[in-house]
Design a protein around this ligand. Sequence first.
Ligand code: FAD
Length: 461
Amino acid sequence: MEKDIIIIGGGPGGYVAAIRAAQLGAKVALIEADQIGGTCLNRGCIPTKALYKTAEIMQTLNKSADFGFQLDGFQLKMEKAQERKREVVTRLRTGVDKLLEGNGVEVISGKGSLVDSHTVLVTDGDGNTQSVQGKNILLATGSIPKRITNPGVDLPGVITTNEALELEELPKSMVIIGGGVTGIEFASILQSLGTQVTVVKYSPRILPPIDEEVIKRALISFRKLGFKIETGIKIKEIVQSETGLKVLAEGKKGPQDFAGEMVLLSAGRSINVDGLNLDGIGVAYDEFGIKVNSHYETSVPGIYAIGDVIGGQMLAHVASDEGKTVIEHIFGIETQINYDAVPTCVFSFPEIASVGLTEEETKKRGISYKVSKFMFAANGKALTLGEGDGLVKIIANEATHKILGVHILGPHASDLIHEGALAVTNGLTTADIICTIHAHPTLAESFQEAVLGVEGRAIHM
Ligand code: FAD
């Protein structure tokens, strides 16, 4: 039977697209080579956050005396933490499987390869093949860890994020190559759990999408947590040493080396187009992604692509939103994604979250703006939590008073950011936030106070 749409890849881009298409009455086939949920659910967002929770509990235990506890010691059983992580992942994956089934999506296990603009050949693990026909095809095959090619990357103990998520025993020390969001998240988790971490990064600053002032303040917190960050480092080679591994590099002042029991390669992601036969049928792409137009259609009419495989902001919520948007377009509903209002979160200690323009970007665009900052140290809820580090920084247009950017370093930043996302997406003004009563005592009061500060009306600063 011909499908209305064939989707290759069951990550947060592909499976959300499949459900949306089914909601719109389409006959859908979803082809998945590995496990439904993709990188995000199986090797990314969810397992990292399950381990982040273990790390957070460790931090809480370490400061339990401040809260009136006297503990006679405690021990981390990493295999138990891993078991809990696997349970969370399995529970969520079972839920997604049920949603797909409930919506009537036909899930086909195997690797999809394009035959023409209406046909996909699926090969399963045993080598059996079947041909699936459809009116449209959506490519949502995601990304894989980028392999750097320096000598020594294949040595035992040199791992990617995939293996780092499965560690049943933590190394005493770890060198993380890459200081992007994922590198900093792993550094925060591992350091909290007792591994001595050194992050080395080629570019002069870490966490490229985040406001510079927020990064400067985050660096103070990271130093307190205990991991080292070295920027401007060009990796030459990884070699074995008596204590494990050594990363030989060229630093700002000459040769430098970094020792660790293990080395984690976290220097970005490469698009996953392996075996898709893009060249065979003329779908244009380069190393940064499959080329698409504003409706996510590739150079071959009727074949669309979304998510990590088209590059850009490689985030699960971007993949899912693109999945919904492309399906709605195919079925005649036009919506558009505002890429200027995509929230980015870093699950470090403290958390970092950001939406809209950074101060640097606002200046670059020549917009006259006002900035206000409110420190969590002056927020009652943050102090009761014992988490008074950090701030909320607001950037607003000086003339229109619209909120342009929100940058948060502090407790639950990844949840708090959505008030900022609502403001930036909908062009809300400072007055809109000021007239919205915020409950007391909450962390969200810091957001309102920071906005009040833009207008010179803050009460608690
Ligand atoms: P993927 O999730 O990569 O899914 C693609 C799917 O396609 C896979 O299941 C793959 O098996 C399948 N596939 C590939 N080729 C074929 C083929 N030929 N035939 C059939 N199936 C195929 N993002 C966030 O927003 N928040 C986070 O906290 C976060 N944390 C992360 C932590 C880590 C360690 C990593 C690595 C990533 C993290 N990300 C996070 C990024 C997020 O995981 C990705 O942006 C997201 O998974 C992309 O979704 P996708 O659907 O485009 O691709």
